[in-house]
Design a protein around this ligand. Structure first.
Ligand SMILES: Cc1cc2nc3c(=O)[nH]c(=O)nc-3n(C[C@H](O)[C@H](O)[C@H](O)COP(=O)(O)O)c2cc1C
Length: 448
């Protein structure tokens, strides 16, 4: 298949990625707590021949969020295991934290998903940003950003060793001789690093993909370095086409410096979409979502995503200037909020925070299916992306509109598959199957 084929992930978030989605969709407010809701979305994405269904993971939630929108953060691997049973081809990507898991255990759970789904598992590697998670796990406070990434490198390294602890041909199942597996094909990690000690083999053979597909969305220098070393799918990126193309070049350079092939890193930036039969209809739908947005949610969320406690601030006063005294400790989200506050020092927090929208710094496309098809093609032509991780502002409406109206346009242009040609997520993405024990994650399989 040519390099110009597009790829898409369906990012599934309760009723859609916009915070007001749940107020405009026609469910009973609790459908999002039941399996049929997710099963229908996964089958829809599969009908659209998308590469994967993608689930986030937030392992602690601040209570203010409960007031404003549905909270449905199930364990992603459990949900994806259920979805494996009701789909046959689509990839199943789940998010997992390197700060609040043990590498052997998480490697085992993703490899289980890879077996149960016939090779469709992917792991979105996150280091966790919320300071609330530590207390849920009985851990000391959230480690510093650089420390989290140092652990993440070691964590992924150990997970790979666990996945590679059985050679592909370790199972013989020779009934006549009474030998099920060849012990000489086992390679226990015996790993002793700075952060982790992992001794033994996984308790089952190597999974269909060898290793689940590694996914990453870091935006900082440390995040990009982790992606360059390990990620096979990246879904962060800046919002303009020029900046995204520059991000792509920077990432590719680092991928090459890490000894890998940039052709083996698919870039699918997150894109929130609101669609309509006409541009006016799409704008009206997006406008309605914004009208319903709660100003209270916005200021609390702006603080929370900047790593601050919303309960400690007065929304009717300006944000205290002392907060940005030490710029070295603040995150990208905090920088956005502080910049908005510094630009209008007398304006109350409640008003300033309205400027700082969006959950993950993602872009919002509003328009018709034709316009979205043009947008996607323009980004690919500019080398800014290989497609997108689509976040419907509402679900299932935006995903249905994408599958029924955008996909046929892209197929007619010869830029999108008309059927799945592979069985595994690696095959959908054109990725090699790593050989067990290969130090370079790109080292293609010679075993099969
Ligand atoms: C679209 C998108 C979705 C994300 N989903 C999650 C998530 O589910 N859980 C999580 O802990 N972090 C999530 N993140 C955060 C990233 O993993 C990363 O920590 C963040 O972009 C900050 O980058 P940095 O760690 O390089 O500073 C997401 C980021 C983006 C752009």
């Amino acid at each position: 298949m040519s390099a110009r084929q597009l790829h898409f992930n369906a990012f599934v978030w309760p009723n859609g990625y916009h915070e007001s989605a749940w107020r405009v969709v026609g469910d009973d407010g609790q459908d999002v707590l039941r399996l049929p809701y997710y099963a229908d979305l996964a089958r829809l994405a599969e009908r659209g021949l998308m590469d994967s269904v993608f689930l986030a993971d937030n392992i602690a939630i601040a209570e203010y969020r409960v007031t404003h929108l549905p909270q449905t953060q199930f364990d992603p691997i459990s949900v994806l295991s259920a979805l494996a049973a009701v789909t046959t081809r689509i990839g199943l990507i789940g998010t997992g934290s390197t700060t609040y898991n043990k590498p052997w255990d998480l490697a085992r759970r993703f490899a289980t998903l890879d077996h149960l789904s016939g090779g469709r598992a992917g792991w979105n590697i996150v280091t966790t940003m919320t300071p609330l998670a530590a207390a849920n796990y009985g851990e000391p406070p959230l480690p510093q950003h650089a420390d989290r990434y140092a652990r993440a490198h070691e964590f992924v390294d150990v997970a790979i060793r666990a996945w590679d602890s059985w050679d592909d041909d370790a199972v013989i199942a020779d009934r006549a001789r009474g030998v099920w597996g060849d012990r000489s094909k086992l390679h226990a990690p015996h790993f002793h690093g700075r952060h982790y000690d992992v001794e033994g083999i996984l308790p089952f053979p190597r999974s269909p993909q060898g290793r689940p597909v590694l996914v990453q969305a870091g935006q900082s220098a440390d995040g990009i370095a982790l992606a360059a070393r390990y990620a096979e799918l990246v879904f962060s990126g800046p919002p303009s086409i020029e900046a995204a193309a520059a991000f792509r070049r920077r990432l590719d350079e680092q991928v090459v410096a890490a000894g890998r092939d940039p052709a083996h890193v698919t870039l699918l930036p997150a894109l929130m979409i609101t669609l309509g039969g006409t541009e006016a209809e799409a704008r009206a739908r997006a406008g309605r979502l914004e009208e319903l947005a709660s100003a209270d949610f916005r200021w609390q969320n702006a603080l929370y995503t900047a790593g601050l406690d919303p309960d400690a601030f007065d929304p009717d006063a300006p944000l205290p200037a002392s907060l940005w005294a030490d710029p070295s400790t603040v995150s990208e989200r905090a920088r956005q909020l502080f910049a908005a506050a510094q630009a209008r020092p007398q304006v109350p927090l409640r008003e300033v925070a309205q400027q700082v929208t969006g959950g993950a710094g993602q872009m919002h496309f509003v328009g018709t299916p034709e316009q979205l098809a043009d947008h996607v093609l323009a980004w690919q032509d500019a080398g800014a992306s290989d497609g997108f991780t689509l976040m419907g502002s509402t679900l299932p409406y935006e995903l249905t509109a994408f599958v029924d109206h955008v996909v046929p346009l892209l197929q007619r242009r010869g830029r999108y598959r008309t059927e799945y040609t592979g069985a595994t997520l690696r095959e959908h993405l054109g990725l090699p199957r790593p050989r067990a024990g290969a130090m370079d994650p790109d080292d293609p399989s010679t075993a099969d």
